[in-house]
Design a protein around this ligand. Structure first.
Ligand SMILES: CSC[C@H]1O[C@@H](n2cnc3c(O)ncnc32)[C@H](O)[C@@H]1O
Ligand SMILES: [Zn+2]
Length: 447
């Protein structure tokens, strides 16, 4: 059968309108063929039926009592950090990284990264996420997991040059460029790549300039952490006499396809600059709150025309990969930051987690309309915490949880049906990741 039908639900359409509709998906193309009444969808799928089930369309996902939304986009994470979930909490960014996370990551093997990425992929599929951006190491292993899990991703090797000699620093830049060149288009095109310097302070200027120039040649975007904490912004201002976003522009890292994680401590000139350049910002509210990094000016960024997407950051600073939490946190924190309850309304949070996420990453998806990528999640609204349904969009932003997702579809393939993940063996993934995490901690303890 060529087609998949999603029937009986309400559908979140572009612009935030919710209407009763069925959806026809062309599974070979991985796209939405039609959105409309059951008759319109029947007509779109034509005679595509399965005689073994009495002539009914065999691949049907029941969305009755639910809302069909674009698959959620986790636009900044380090997916293998699921192995470090709960490993080190309650510290600010710099000591957390230096005292706990980086020593643990020094002991990570490629097999650990694969085990952690599988666990993260499982968690994302179970919470309705169909696309993510990932910056980490052993990215061939992450790519293999993305391929098997059926997800969509923009992947890159994270470069850090500080504390390295010239040969090692250059090798790290080269590895990021090689990953960007070699993995682009993998998994039937579901994997795209980027050059990913870790940040403007952890990669020295000469390497930043060289890497960005080569990335431009290769036609891959740039993704980095920017303006996350004052501890990161202040040295740039002190040493260079300019703000980080101006520095990013100077090294040619501020382009229309680029996307920066955090953007917490950005002043008005930087907000304007991001808007003018078309560089997207990935807001990571839970991570920013947990590490006490600060409150991103989400309303002002959006008003300046900046594409603001949402990211969980790694599971060690969140501590989950549930983008529903991010929607709620973004709406709540955005209000607090602006001292205005209307600053980031529910519809804005949902838009950031869907269309803006796909746009920031330059990936298809993020909207439910004919011709768009068939990346979907069906959220069950039949639950006590979602009753009554005055406004389904309000529920998506403020009350729903990842565990309310009934089905997940990416590129026309059903990844989860009735909460059963079809592309990964959930039990084996959890067991393997738990064992890898426990061995890792033992190795760190005896290092
Ligand atoms: C070099 S690969 C990516 C690198 O980033 C680290 N990381 C995780 N969370 C954050 C964050 O909030 N800010 C900066 N860096 C972060 C991760 O542990 C990897 O080492
Ligand atoms: Zn990060």
């Amino acid at each position: 059968m060529t087609h998949l039908r999603v029937t009986g639900g309400r559908v979140l359409r572009p612009g935030g309108r919710v209407e009763r509709a069925d959806i026809a998906v062309d599974r070979h193309e991985g796209t939405i063929r039609a959105v409309g009444s059951p008759d319109e969808v029947d007509e779109a799928v034509g005679g595509d039926v399965d005689e073994s089930v009495g002539g009914a369309a065999a691949e049907t996902l029941d969305a009755a009592g639910g809302i069909v939304i674009p698959g959620l986009v986790n636009a900044h994470t380090h997916v293998a950090m699921t192995l470090l979930r709960g490993y080190a909490d309650d510290k600010p960014l710099d000591p957390w990284l230096r005292e706990d996370i980086w020593p643990a990551e020094a002991e990570l093997t490629p097999a650990d990264v694969e085990a952690g990425a599988e666990l993260g992929a499982l968690e994302m599929i179970r919470s309705g996420t169909t696309a993510f951006a990932d910056m980490y190491f052993a990215m061939d292993r992450v790519a293999d997991v993305v391929d098997r899990a059926g997800l969509r991703a923009r992947l890159g090797h994270g470069v850090v040059t500080v504390g390295k000699d010239e040969a090692d620093a250059r090798a790290d830049v080269e590895e990021s460029l090689a990953v960007a060149r070699e993995l682009d288009g993998a998994a039937d095109g579901r994997i795209r790549t980027a050059f990913m310097p870790h940040s403007l302070t952890t990669v020295e200027e000469e390497y930043l300039r060289e890497g960005v120039a080569e990335a431009r040649e290769a036609g891959v975007p740039i993704h980095l952490h920017a303006n996350e904490t004052t501890d990161e912004v202040d040295p740039i201002v002190d040493e260079r006499g300019e703000r980080p976003i101006a520095y990013a522009a100077e090294v040619d890292a501020l382009g229309p396809d680029d996307f920066f994680a955090h953007g917490v401590h950005v002043d008005d000139s930087e907000i304007d600059r991001l808007g003018d350049a078309g560089t997207a910002v990935v807001h990571c509210p839970a991570s920013n709150m947990k590490l006490a990094s600060g409150m991103a000016p989400v309303r002002r960024l959006r008003e300046a025309g900046v594409t603001v997407a949402l990211g969980t950051d790694g599971a060690a600073s969140n501590n989950d990969l549930d983008v529903f939490d991010e929607m709620r946190d973004a709406a709540m924190l955005g209000k607090l930051a602006a001292d205005d309850a209307s600053a980031v309304p529910a519809a804005a949070a949902v838009e950031m987690a869907t269309r803006a996420g796909a746009d920031a990453l330059g990936l298809p998806g993020g909207r439910i309309e004919a011709g768009a990528a068939a990346d979907l999640a069906v959220v069950d609204l039949d639950a006590p915490h979602l009753t009554p349904v005055h406004d389904p969009v309000s529920h998506l932003a403020y009350a729903a949880r990842g565990s309310d997702v009934r089905h997940t579809v990416c590129d026309g393939e059903v990844l989860m049906r009735d909460r059963e993940v079809l592309t990964l063996d959930a039990e084996a993934v959890q067991e393997r990741a738990a064992a890898a995490a426990s061995d890792l901690v033992d190795r760190v303890g005896s290092a």
